[in-house]
Design a protein around this ligand. Structure first.
Ligand SMILES: [Zn+2]
Length: 414
């Protein structure tokens, strides 16, 4: 099973927008670019919402059938580990092995020994085609890379072997993810991570490093664009070189997590992909659910009332809803409107504040981030929320499609 060149991970917390999401991929195809959908949902999201991995599979299959989608599509067991993977195995064909928690754990002496023996030939100036300056590799570089990443990669291999005992290897796509790490990984570190991935026998088709700068959920990138551009291009060159050097799958590519809404980066990423003829997996941050709120608000009446209620409860339970996402949100409480104010807003004011259009003076990234993590409030509404989605399907679907195609696919690939 081979992952195509351009893929987008589309989270759908409540599992009702599969068709609207897929419509964006049909639009992409009509506009001349092939992008493949990957429906992803993590164990954390499933447990907060009360869904199961089979639901994501059913949603994807139903959308594909309803819209007669003839291309490939995947269902991603997102951010799984040995403890959480089992319920996903029968329903997923893409597995994101999250081993960030194991970064920094010391490898065994034998592992360290064999890592050093494999990689000591890179000591000195390592020239990688496409990177102007050779990477400087010292004994300390090797030692540190092994100390940080070797144990984590071996953990990924354990998860991979566990999955492959229940599912044939040619029926699955493997991603190794280290994006929820404390520190960004340098291009040289990525090179040695890939060396270890190959040595461990993991047929990774995507790798998700942590990039320099902040990738907050549902809002734009915060960081040094120039630095990002340099490292991103270097990562592309490292991957191309590593594929040959370590006999890794030839379609191995970068995966960018929390990749939705990074509008300032898309021109940079798009340019780099075309320049290096490289592929990309862009994993969005599950912001489809915010388009549901925008659609509900725009519909007015009881839809708007539900959107306002979600905000009111999210404000009241601020610490609780923010806690699981503390490292990937930046909310300034002083910039949040009072719930009483929001309760007086009409649908246009609510959707203007929430929709990610930085050129709109009413757009409020703090409001947006709080609502993004407030999805458990909507989950607790249960059938009331689902009924509202159904009632206002047309308005919501329009926003879901537009967000994916106009703000993401177009800016990246067209
Ligand atoms: Zn991630």
């Amino acid at each position: 099973m081979k992952l195509p060149k351009y893929t987008i991970g589309i989270g759908d917390r409540f599992g009702r927008q599969g068709k609207a999401q897929l419509q964006a991929f049909l639009d992409a195809r009509a506009a001349g670019v092939d992008v493949t959908p990957v429906w992803n949902k993590s164990n954390r999201e499933h447990s907060l919402i009360g869904t199961r991995p089979a639901d994501t599979r059913a949603e994807a299959d139903a959308a594909v059938q309803a819209l007669s989608w003839t291309g490939a599509y995947f269902v991603d067991a997102d951010h799984i580990n040995l403890k959480t993977v089992d319920p996903f195995i029968d329903h997923s064909d893409f597995f994101t092995l999250d081993v960030a928690d194991y970064i920094g754990q010391p490898p065994s002496a034998a592992s360290l020994q064999s890592f050093k023996a494999t990689n000591e030939k890179y000591l000195g100036a390592l020239s990688i085609p496409g990177i102007a300056e050779p990477l400087r590799i010292t004994a300390a570089t090797l030692e540190q890379a092994a100390g940080k990443f070797l144990f984590a990669v071996e953990e990924a291999a354990k998860i991979f072997r566990h999955i492959s005992r229940r599912k044939p290897v040619d029926r699955l796509v493997i991603e190794v993810s280290m994006d929820e790490a404390q520190q960004a990984q340098t291009p040289a570190e990525l090179f040695f991570i890939l060396s270890a991935v190959s040595a461990a026998g993991i047929p990774a088709q995507t790798i998700a490093p942590k990039f320099t700068g902040r990738f907050n959920k549902g809002v734009d990138y915060v960081g040094d664009w120039k630095q990002f551009e340099k490292e991103f291009e270097q990562d592309l060159c490292v991957i191309r070189f590593a594929i040959k050097e370590f006999s890794l799958p030839e379609n191995l590519k970068l995966s960018v997590h929390s990749g939705s809404d990074k509008f300032s980066l898309y021109p940079i990423i798009g340019r780099a992909l075309r320049k290096h003829d490289a592929g990309l997996h862009l994993k969005t941050a599950g912001t489809t659910w915010l388009e549901e709120l925008i659609g509900l608000a725009e519909a007015g009446g009881s839809g708007l009332a539900i959107a306002q209620e979600v905000y009111r409860s999210s404000m009241r339970r601020f610490d609780e809803v923010c806690a699981p996402y503390a490292t990937v949100i930046d909310i300034d409480k002083d910039k949040l409107p009072a719930p009483e104010t929001v309760s007086r807003w009409d649908g246009r004011q609510f959707s203007n504040a929430l929709r990610h259009d930085p050129s709109c003076p009413e757009f409020n990234p703090h409001f947006r981030q709080l609502l993004h993590v407030g999805f458990r409030v909507a989950a607790e509404m249960g059938d009331r929320y689902y009924a509202a989605l159904e009632e206002n399907e047309a308005t919501i679907a329009k926003n879901v499609r537009e967000n994916l195609f106009e703000r993401h696919v177009k800016r990246l690939f067209l």
